[in-house]
Design a protein around this ligand. Structure first.
Ligand code: FES
Ligand code: FE2
Length: 351
């Protein structure tokens, strides 16, 4: 009997390659141990070069297809575990044991990916052997006076698109995260003003009262005006910004890495300035944030399972699925390397 081929579910899996993605934290990348990573399912090896600066190569030895990440880093070169060929961060073969002649040669090169170390992360450009035309995302309030910044990594079993949409989706918060973040609808109509430009889409929520959940009550006991922005920034950043009253400001950058079609890593960088000191806020907010994420993670994983079981996705949306279609549009344009057109719209929703 023949083995049946696994059915690849039809899903929205855009590949915006000419953009920067986080592959690891600076801390994870030690001097002597290369790291095995994946981006869009492609195996990559990350290691520190002679100057300590990181480099990324395709994780396949040009000699006999062994993953370079199985080896070690020797004098700033990654050394293959099979015959000991050594490659520098540019992908050139610099040493072949027992070979009398030159180690270098065009066919002996490993494709290399532009890499940067910035703000405690190792960023990689998604296309090999090209010079990037942009620089990685900056975290606006990292190190800003009065701000505390916390970073966490979590993994979601969802496509990049579904994971980004989940992070920016307002209607599920009152339902799935009932009591934690938002409570039951209070029948207040608010407006979402949506602005899409070449590399991002933003929703500004106008008229939002302070949410009644635990989190908001800690932040602003007296109520106060809420300013709330949700943004998607190409290729994979979900940004949520809240100002509650005059004294509280929080900006969450969820930087996503499409590891595989249905696995997305999320590095959350949370910067905040609060009415109460950061050291009090942190132990209260952190477990709550992790609970919120755990609820989202269950939904994303079951969503993925269902898509696989049915062999494909089905999306039906209403206008309160505010950002989904814009995120799709931006990702599609980014994949083709074309800028998306600008658009402005406004949606009403009841919270
Ligand atoms: S397979 Fe890498 S050196 Fe031979
Ligand atoms: Fe959520």
């Amino acid at each position: 009997m023949q083995n049946a081929e696994p059915i690849e579910p039809k899903a929205f899996l855009p590949r915006a390659e000419r953009y920067w993605y986080v592959l690891a934290t600076s801390e994870e990348l030690k001097e002597k141990a290369p790291l095995a990573r994946r981006l869009f399912g492609t195996p990559l090896v990350v290691f520190r070069g002679e100057d300590g600066k990181p480099g990324t190569l395709l994780d396949r030895c040009p000699h006999r297809n062994v993953p370079l990440s199985l080896g070690r880093t020797v004098e700033g070169k990654v050394e293959c575990a099979y015959h000991g060929w050594r490659f520098d961060t540019g992908g050139a073969c610099r040493f072949i044991p027992s070979l009398v002649g030159e180690p270098e040669g065009k066919g002996r090169r490993a494709p290399s990916y532009a890499t940067r170390e910035q703000d405690g992360f190792i960023w990689v450009y998604g296309a090999p052997d090209v010079t990037p035309t942009s620089e990685p995302h900056r975290f606006q309030y990292l190190g800003a006076p009065g701000y505390t910044t916390v970073t966490r990594k979590v993994t979601a079993n969802g496509t990049l698109y579904s994971t980004v949409e989940n992070a920016l989706d307002v209607p599920h918060t009152a339902f799935l995260h009932k009591g934690l973040f938002r409570s039951d609808s209070r029948g207040i109509t608010i407006e979402a003003r949506v602005t899409r430009t070449a590399d991002r889409v933003q929703a500004e929520y106008v008229g939002e009262p302070r949410p009644p959940g635990v989190v908001a009550r800690i932040l602003s006991p007296s109520g106060g005006v809420v300013t709330h922005f949700d943004r998607f920034i190409l290729p994979s950043i979900a940004q949520v910004e809240y100002r509650i009253g005059d004294e509280n400001h929080i900006l969450v950058d969820s930087v996503m890495t499409p590891v595989d079609d249905f696995v997305t890593d999320i590095h959350a960088v949370v910067s905040y300035k609060m009415r109460i000191p950061g050291w009090i806020v942190k132990p209260i907010l952190e477990p709550l944030a992790l609970r919120v994420f755990a609820q989202d993670a269950v939904m994303l994983a079951t969503q993925t399972e269902t898509v696989k079981r049915f062999g494909g996705e089905q999306f039906v949306s209403t206008e309160i699925d505010v950002l989904g279609k814009h995120i799709k549009r931006l990702l599609r344009s980014a994949e083709r390397g074309e800028p998306s057109s600008d658009e402005e719209s406004s949606v009403q929703l009841v919270v």
